[in-house]
Design a protein around this ligand. Sequence first.
Ligand code: GLN
Length: 229
Amino acid sequence: MVRVGVAMLQGARHEHCEALQHAAIELGKTIEIVELRKSKQVDDSIHALILPGGESTTMRIASQSESLLNGIFAWMISHPNRPVLGTCAGAILLANPGSKHDRFIDAEVSRNAWGRQRFSFEAPLQVNLETPQPSSESYYELSRDKFNHKPLPMSSQAAKRESNDFPGVFIRAPRFIENTINCEKIVKLNGETVGVMQDNKLALTFHPELTEDRRFHRWLIDKITNDSM
Ligand code: GLN
């Protein structure tokens, strides 16, 4: 069974679980979603991992009691090609895992670089990534999880079904510093890079889990190879 870990520190973690479930249905695959709270959960049996968006300082603080981030970074070092999706604050953590670790993606990020919360925005993005197409147009209802948490409803603008452009949702987002990017540029907003990839680690400055376009979640599941099983 394919096992995908989601770091449950803070932020849009339930929405990622929802998006993963939906992506698996679209691919006709069965996956197990592992809600990661303690570092000892992040072992060899995790085949892929998501670092959600939220607030990276809060995540670093929330991680202290159970050392979850250190466990995740150690897992990424032991399994350098297992797929990882880091979104927004998750992208910040991949680019800047802290003083004990080298960056996992070779790019500098500037936090909150679009300005304050009220300057959050939605915009169409251009994606250069091979992703498997959904095999079924499955109806999917937002459900409550075992903690009675219901994922955020998707915003009307962003919730449009898939087209070539990706509906980008930027919430107090970071920005990559263009001339520091030394890895693959995957997603663009008006020519500016907003998504990069290195060693199967995809760092996006926006929130794909808040849309109905699951291509990045399908990519993550699809990238799990027999080697990592
Ligand atoms: N501003 C947040 C940070 O610095 C990131 C925002 C987000 O994840 N939506 O961590």
